[in-house]
Design a protein. Sequence first.
Lengths: 637, 229, 252
Amino acid sequence: MILDGKCPTGPIEQTWDKHRFDLKLVNPANKRKYSVIVVGTGLAGGAAAASLGELGYNVQAFCYQDSPRRAHSIAAQGGINAAKNYPNDGDSIYRLFYDTIKGGDFRAREADVWRLAQVSNNIIDQCVAQGVPFGRDYAGYLDNRSFGGAQVSRTFFARGQTGQQLLLGAYSALSRQIKLGSVKMYDRREMLDLVVVDGVARGITVRNLVTGEIESYAADAVCLATGGYVNVFYLSTNAMGCSVTANWKAHKKGAYFANPCYTQIHPTCIPQAGDYQSKLTLMSESLRNDGRVWVPKKKEDCGKHPAEIAEDDRDYYLERKYPSYGNLAPRDIASRAAKEQCDDGRGVGPGGRGVYLDFADSIKRLGEDTIRERYGNLFEMYEKITDENGYKRPMRMYPAPHYSMGGLWVDYNLMSNIPGLFVLGEANFSVHGANRLGASALMQGLADGYFVIPYTIGGYLATVKPGQVKTDHPEFKKCEEDVTAEQNKMLGINGKKTVFEFMREVGGLMWENCGMARTKESLETNLKKIPALREEFWKNVKVTGSGSELNQQLENAGRTADFLEFSELMCKDALHRNESCGGHFRSEYQDAGEAQRDDVNFCYVGAWEYKGADKEPELHKEPLKFDNVHLAIRSYK
Amino acid sequence: MQLTSSSIGRKILMAITGQAMVLFAVVHLLGNSSIFGWLNGGINAYAVHLHSLPLPIIIGFRLALLAMVCVHIWFGIQLTIENRGGRPQQYAVKSTQKATFASENMIWTGSLLGLFLLYHLAHFTLQVISPETSALKNLVPLHNEMVPNVLGMVIAGFRNIFVSFIYAGAMVALFLHLSHGIQSFFQTMGWSCDKSQPILVKFGTLVALGLFLGYVTIPLTIFAGILKG
Amino acid sequence: MSDHKTMTLTLIVWRQKNASDAGKFETYTAKNITDHHSFLEMLDCVNEDLIHAGKTPIVFDHDCREGICGMCSQVINGAPHGGQDRTTVCQLHMRKFKDGDTIYIEPWRARAFPIISDLIVDRSALDKIIQAGGYTSCHTGGVADGNAILIPKPVADEAMDAAECVGCGACVAGCPNGSAMLFTGAKVSQLAILPQGKGEASARVKNMTDTMTECGFGNCSNHYECMAACPKGINVKFIARMNREFIKALVV
């Protein structure tokens, strides 16, 4: 089937304004008759719940954490992009649009990206009004920094905690609505199913993580803002609770999963120290503004103290390979380059899995105080984890899974192929194509939540009657029973291996065979091993305790079970896409180390339809058309 | 009423009444130090001077002090009970980083000071502890007038080891109470910032130390026989 | 890293099945722990052993494991987050302990934070304080340009110092009175410092501090344990600032 993204046509500059005008409206007095469920309270979900509540809809918001303030958007360090052109360095909406399309390796929809670039400026204003303490200069003007993949300074920041401050802004707006009664907040709830009645999304099934109760909630529309799935690699920069579960359950109820193979590996993370490690810690990309990346030229130097390696014996490989972008090459390129050096045997640190990020030159040029002012908290974090002083000795970095560009398929209105199911933020696939530029995730989350969904959901709700289905509908009961049955099954196995052991195993397979570089063979290996592992899981997993209490093992078991299914789809998608683009690098398709796209055969969004437990998923394609940018080889040289 | 019911409001009342009493303690010490003879006629003259003030001022001053004491004690007890309830169960291991013995025992040092206050009033104001040395009953000549012998009463009192001990002990309590209380006043009134706060802590301790030394010198010098009638 | 020697530790951990259970301490042994284990990874290892032995693992709140989400909440040897300067439990590394150490692990203890299970407490009271006024009442859309009101760097920096709070509740856990003054003071100050928040400053400080009391938090008696416990180093000057705002609100 050929999918239609329902993108508006005509001159791109007018698409969003025209579309907004064409959308139907819900009368203010009628809004309170409609109810909306928002799952997830990160930037996208928090902003959406607050904005929809403010508009007058009855909103029910859900998160698995103990407070809506803790979603993993909070961990974003570096900043948020906007085309304000405050530094007068030639930025514009068109340039942000162009950079995002190019950064995404021409695998995103033009209209969606244009809209994102257009509303980016409103986001900054909105956050300032909420009291987000963005970095400013002494005169009081908003300050900017540079980020990878752009030659203009368009990134706004709040120290090294931009994501935290933006999320707290959204959380404060949400808190205001909770107090006003327009949003009802349900925390410590994990969504375990989507309730679809007659092909329309009507509600969700959740587990109360404190009491273990399975609860049902109905609404006229469901918004998933449930984040990404890179915890499929087990070790990633995501929070421990991040999972594919909500998306996967929606997928199994009919929502198409688009481009699952597009995952972003962030180039600057603290390398893994041991097998017991539970997560990887990211160091902001902004560090590459002042840090220089290098490895020893000679393999025998790798074991030496970095200070003992002469300047001439260092290979500043990013500056060498990409002279115009240098250390600020986009993430996918920087990550792959790091892997290349390490594969070549010139990596540093334990297991040779690391490259140096060296601040010595910047410290010499600007002084240690300036560097401390800019990145102090990151240096502190690095020292806490590694016990090494980044001011005195170059930091060791290695790429780590960070973000998923793929996600549930949505049209221009952010609605999936299931009517009434909207998907926001990282959970959808829309704007980043095959690779996301730094500081664009925060932009997308807030754009979707504050400035897109409030309009587009109205366009949908205006066409449906409110309150048609309530939780007494038999479908809700069936979903509750299904969820309970699956839990009981996991609890009843009482096997030999813990949930963590399974997760580590599937994560290892994915990192090894479907990580920074993939081949036909490696993917086929996974497609054999993963089903076997899944089978073993359902025979040999050990989950202690019961379902009727707070049970973290059971929570993780459910998430792992879903990853064991999803990982297979991810490999299938990676296998079918016989090209390299952005975060999807197939070793067979390269031109001297650079990704080789195949625009003739793969210039489309690949959206997969679930067909049943043991059936092959069906691929639907949405062709991508580029009327405003020229499809070009993405070069940062 | 925000001031008497809210958390910060009651803190402010504690701070203001406490600080007013600190000011009284300073003035009181200055007056008492006349015992060392800087005033012509010594402490007896000072006492005469105080009692020659118009009656409404004396009564008003005493009532105001009484009110301060009552407010301070009332909210002190109320807040302490509430605060004990704020953490009903203690940790198995006690580990304090910033709190001090003084800050943690304000209720006890305060209670001791309250008891001492009663004793002190009974001793030197009502003069019922050892009536035979009562100043009012033992008049002495001063500038051709017969005046109460405060000096004699004080010296007789502090010659007694137990009395001296009670006074010295109370002054230790005063030191502890004020070493936390004075800096606390500035914090509660919002008159401190990150730079001034550590300085205010030192300042508070210094004032408390000054008051302690000043007050304790009187019984000590008398008991040691340095200060004689 | 393999070149690191391993440690064996004795853990004395608070176990409490649910809110109504009385709870008690249990002793466990953590084996093969290296310098590079984080404290939570050490607990992961202990839990894996417990699961293999068919016992109920210790439950604790955690999520980002990089010191920013504010979910982790354990009192280690009497100190919230283990007492290291500006460090959350998830960032605490085992190199701070010695082989053979005995470690007491307890949940946050405060009346306003009832225990849910083991080391997990209910911190929704902090959300209620924010709901009482920890925001500017701006509408989505229809706001002025970000540069319309200038905020000089020192002012913005001061607001940011207050805004760094992660809402973990360590200040409450560390306070002998179970008071939330540092948490509340940080938010009140952030919004009182910024021009965008000044308009509602009076109502905000009254409503937020009233809610603080209603939720069962104790009062501040200036011990400054909160500042020592805070993993973000929030300064008690923000409590002073809140007191000032409170007095301003009383007078004006």
